[in-house]
Ligand binder design. Sequence first.
Ligand SMILES: Nc1ncnc2c1ncn2[C@@H]1O[C@H](COP(=O)(O)OP(=O)(O)O)[C@@H](O)[C@H]1O
Ligand SMILES: [Mg+2]
Length: 375
Amino acid sequence: MSAPVLDVDAIINDRSTKIVICCGSGGVGKTTASAALAVRAAEAGRRVVVLTIDPARRLAQSLGLGALDNTPAPVTGVDTSAGGSLDAMMLDMKRTFDDVVLAHSTPEKAEMILQNPFYQALSSSFSGTQEYMAMEKLGQLHSQSEADGSWDLIIVDTPPARSALDFLDAPEHLSSLLDGRFLRLLLTPARGPFKLMSVGFNLVSSAMNKVLGTQIITDVKTFVTAFEALFGGFRARAEQTFELLSSEHTTFFVVATPERDALREAAYFVDRLTEEGMPLSGLVINRVHSSTVKVSAERALALAEDLDPADQPIEAMALQRHAALQHVIEREQVLLGRFSSSRPGVARTHVQALPTDVTDLDSLRRVGSLLSAED
Ligand SMILES: Nc1ncnc2c1ncn2[C@@H]1O[C@H](COP(=O)(O)OP(=O)(O)O)[C@@H](O)[C@H]1O
Ligand SMILES: [Mg+2]
């Protein structure tokens, strides 16, 4: 069954598209697709900012992302003759978290939070923090472009989360962290119906103090007390950003490779986005294999068998390689066919597997034109 075609150019050239989000499992090409879309849209005349999460080092260099300063900077080498521009940045999770703290509390309180070891651990390692901070950053970039018109298109790469759902779940992560029973216990004042719990906690707390040392408990308490004041602001912003994600000006591309695991995750993601009412444009199938030589695997192997490897070792090897490639192509087609049968409405575009990694503007342009099915 053939899938509807995902018309990437129609989407990025549509001025009402303001946010594009590339999601999918790790290693499938989310960062590459985001950067390629960004270059293509900018060269078509959009004023673009791309938020990358974990660009490979050489790609980061090509985009001028040498220094991690957590704000967008212009990318040089982009053709701006159509009136567009391209700024790029990579997310610094901790800096973003620190900035939120600084923006939402008094300098003294902020200092207290920033210095707190529990905060430091949370802001640099808590699972879900990266997803949450990507959303926070998206919210900031959106507000800035609303305020001063810096950009008319924001392209967002997403973290390489094992769970493809983490990004969508980010507001919940934070809420559940802050609503969590453990923290509620810590915060419960010793009065009213909670008195018993609080007493209970103090007992636990003193037992924990003995095991863990007083300092940790004090750190957590100090942090939570200071952080509590920020809670309302954080959550309201997370909810605003979530609304932004479901807006008609936003669209999601699910990126996958034509492999079983990546397609399974993509299917899950497509279903989840649909369930949540998120605007899904379709699927980018990256690193698809193809061949211009129309000889079947069987025929190539049969030809190879007729050769004497001692006489024609190179020909024999070439035929065997061709057969192996044909097998890969056939397997990919079967997997993609199955995907389309199970989710017939989902539009798709394919990007060929290039012979080398995508690390410079030219190869990003190449990926961009493949994305838009130009060739
Ligand atoms: N179409 C492609 N052909 C060849 N290499 C690719 C292609 N797309 C991505 N890559 C390479 O695959 C690797 C993973 O891509 P990346 O975009 O970083 O994935 P993700 O962001 O999903 O983890 C990178 O080294 C990238 O250069
Ligand atoms: Mg990436």
